[in-house]
Design a protein around this ligand. Structure first.
Ligand SMILES: Cc1ncc(C[n+]2csc(CCOP(=O)(O)OP(=O)(O)O)c2C)c(N)n1
Length: 310
C-alpha cells in the first residue's frame, strides 16, 4: 500500500498574495497549512470558507475547496458546506470585524449548534481591509494609527462570548508563535464539534498599539505571553454528563479569558466532548439534502435539481 504524505507545499497555491509585507496573516496561513500537514487531510477533503476582509482572502491561498463569501457570513456558509458533505474538514476563517461585528449573530448561534467544524479568527482589533477603523475587539479609549479618534465603545471578549454561546473547544493563539499555533489549530480541527480559536494577529500597517514588540514584551522579567500548557490549568470537562463540572469549567475558562495585559495566556481554555448537531439529526444532514449526496448523481441530475430549486 502506498502511503501518501502531504507536505505544506500540497496546501499552497500560486495565487498572488496581496497582504501587506509583514502582515501577521502570513504566519497564520502557514500555521493552518502546517496543521493540515500534521493531520494529513487530503486537500480535496478540506473546505476553507471565509467572510470579507484581508484575512477573508485566505481560501485563495490554501489548496483546498474554498468559498469567499459575504461580509460576516463565513459561519452560516461553512455550516451549509459541512451539512451538505459531512466528510469534509471544514474550516471557517475571517477577521474580528467580520466575526464579532457584522457576523456577531452568526457567531453566537453557531456556538449553540455544535456542528463539527472549526472557526479561526485573525484578530488584529481593526478593520484592516477598510484601512484601520476600530473593530469590536479594540479596547475603549484605545486609538490605533488609522483611527481619527479613540474607540468610544466597549470591546467584546470573544473567548468569553464563545464559551457562553456553547462552543465546545475554545482557544487563543498568537500569529507569531507559529509552531504552537499550528498545534492549537490541529487540536481544534481534531475536536469533534465546533472549535473556535481567537488568534492575536499583528497588523503592522494599522495596529501600532499591539504590535510584535508589545506582544513580545517582558514585564518584571516575565514574558507577556505564556502557554497554558506550561501551567496546571486543565481546560477539559472530564465528565460531559455532569452539568456542574461543565459550569465550573466554563467559569474557569471565562475568568482566564479576561487575563489580558501584563500576562496573556495562550492555548486551550475550554474543551467539552459532547454530541454534535450532526448526531442530533437523524440522517446526519438536513432533510431534503439526501439526493444531493447520492454518489451516483451525474452533473446533469445536479443541474436539473438546481433548476428545480430556483
Ligand atoms: C455588507 C458589507 N459591509 C461593509 C463592507 C466593507 N468591509 C469590507 S472588509 C470590512 C472589515 C474587515 O475587517 P476584519 O473583518 O477585521 O478583517 P481584516 O481586514 O482586518 O482581516 C468591511 C467593513 C462590506 N464588504 N460588506
Amino acid at each position: 500500500m502506498v502511503v501518501q504524505t502531504f507536505t505544506a507545499k500540497d496546501y499552497k497555491t500560486s495565487v498572488h498574495n496581496t497582504w501587506c509585507p509583514g502582515c501577521g496573516d502570513f504566519a497564520i496561513l502557514n500555521s493552518v497549512q502546517n496543521a493540515l500537514v500534521e493531520l494529513q487531510v487530503p486537500p480535496h477533503m478540506v473546505a476553507v470558507v471565509s467572510g470579507i476582509g484581508c484575512s477573508g482572502k485566505s481560501p485563495h491561498y490554501i489548496n483546498a475547496y474554498g468559498f469567499h463569501t459575504l461580509h460576516g457570513r463565513a459561519l452560516p456558509s461553512a455550516t451549509g458546506v459541512k451539512l451538505a458533505n459531512p466528510k469534509l474538514t471544514v474550516v471557517a476563517v475571517g477577521g474580528d470585524g467580520d466575526g464579532f461585528g457584522i457576523g456577531a449573530g452568526y457567531f453566537i448561534n453557531t456556538g449553540r449548534r455544535n456542528v463539527d467544524m472549526t472557526y479561526l479568527v485573525f484578530d488584529n482589533q481593526v478593520y484592516g481591509l477598510t484601512k484601520g477603523q476600530a473593530s469590536p475587539t479594540m479596547n475603549k479609549g484605545d486609538k490605533a494609527k488609522g483611527m481619527a479618534e479613540a474607540a468610544v465603545q466597549d470591546s467584546v471578549n470573544p473567548l468569553a462570548l464563545a464559551i457562553s454561546a456553547g462552543y465546545t473547544f475554545v482557544a487563543r493563539g498568537y500569529a507569531l508563535q507559529p509552531r504552537s499555533l499550528a498545534q492549537i489549530i490541529a487540536e481544534a480541527i481534531r475536536h469533534r464539534g465546533t472549535s473556535f480559536v481567537d488568534i492575536m494577529q499583528t497588523c503592522p500597517v494599522y495596529n501600532d498599539l499591539h504590535d510584535k514588540d508589545w506582544y513580545g514584551e517582558k514585564l518584571d522579567g516575565r514574558p507577556r505571553l505564556y502557554q497554558l500548557d506550561d501551567t496546571d490549568f486543565d481546560p477539559v470537562v472530564h465528565d460531559p454528563r455532569d452539568p456542574e463540572e461543565i459550569i465550573a469549567k466554563k467559569v474557569q475558562a471565562i475568568a482566564k479569558s479576561y487575563e489580558w495585559g501584563a500576562r496573556i495566556p495562550t492555548g486551550i481554555l475550554y474543551k467539552l466532548e459532547t454530541s454534535t448537531y450532526e448526531d442530533s439529526m437523524a440522517a446526519g444532514r438536513p432533510r431534503g439534502m439526501e439526493s444531493v449526496l447520492d454518489p451516483n448523481l451525474t452533473d446533469r441530475d445536479l443541474t436539473r435539481l438546481i433548476d428545480a430549486l430556483r
